[in-house]
Ligand binder design. Structure first.
Ligand code: BTN
Length: 254
């Protein structure tokens, strides 16, 4: 990663050939002395974690399986901003390297023509009003071939190589993603959420269309109108607009 143009992101990297999950390693490291921006990257994960307790299929050397450690000086209620700015940064990184057009599906899926190419798992450790640290898990299907996907996700998943028709150098992509992520993160800390929000809205999947979102409180159907400044999703329903909070960010006591 000698060409990495970041100040902090990816300046310290723990690289693993094989690990159950980069999230677990990142949690351990964050509890010790990991500096902000430290990254855990694996070639293969035996027990990759998706959101809501799902499994994340992470075969050897085909994807980017990485976890970024952040120590954001923000309130716990703002945690969903982290997921949103992460989606925006990854989108920019992929677009810069591949030229593909990426849509963002709330809260944190990145899509190419409606199929998922990348997922984000945000795990926060904090208490009351303060975040001790955040682990941003990024799983990206890069050089995955059609036949490598489990059958049951073939219709909803894709990879960069499937869409481009050629393989991609993963280190180049990792560097681009880390650079864009750092830019988004610093802009957010300095200027607030507004420009991130605008970028998110301009690439939101199904913006101004009817969507249904699932939450533990039930399903909500309405027209997607963007985000509130809290990071909640803005849905237009018969009674006006409602805010849907992401039920999908895992927050635990430190
Ligand atoms: C999702 O459900 O969409 C989120 C998937 C996140 C997967 C990544 S791969 C790197 C990191 N380590 C894990 O075990 N999960 C995340």
């Amino acid at each position: 990663y000698s060409h990495l143009q970041t100040k902090r992101f990816g300046r310290e990297i723990q690289y693993q050939n094989h690990t159950p999950s980069t999230q677990i390693i990142a949690h351990q490291w964050a509890k010790e002395d990991a500096p902000e921006g430290a990254v855990v990257i694996a070639d293969e994960q035996g027990d990759g974690k998706g959101r809501l307790g799902r499994v994340w299929h992470s075969p050897p050397r085909t994807g980017i399986w990485m976890s970024l450690i952040l120590r954001p000086p923000i309130a716990l209620q703002s945690a969903s901003h982290l997921t949103i700015l992460t989606s925006v940064g990854i989108k920019r990184g992929i677009e810069r390297v591949t030229g593909l057009d990426i849509q963002i599906k709330w809260p944190n899926d990145l899509l190419i023509v409606g199929k998922k190419v990348c997922g984000v798992l945000t795990e926060i450790r904090g208490e009351q009003d303060c975040i001790h640290y955040a682990i941003i898990g990024i799983g990206m299907n890069v050089n995955t071939k059609k036949q490598d996907f489990p059958k049951e996700i073939l219709d909803i998943a894709t990879s960069l190589t499937i869409e481009l028709g050629g393989d991609i150098h993963r280190a180049t992509l990792i560097a681009a993603v880390l650079e864009e992520l750092e830019e988004c993160y610093e802009r957010y800390l300095q200027e607030g959420f507004q420009t991130i929000q605008q970028e998110w809205e301009s690439s939101a999947y199904k913006m101004n269309q009817m969507i249904t979102v699932r939450t533990p409180q039930g399903n909500h159907t309405g027209i997607l109108k963007g985000l509130y400044d809290t990071g909640a999703l803005k849905l237009q329903v018969d009674q006006g607009t409602i805010a849907i909070y992401s039920a999908e960010i895992d927050i635990e006591k430190y």
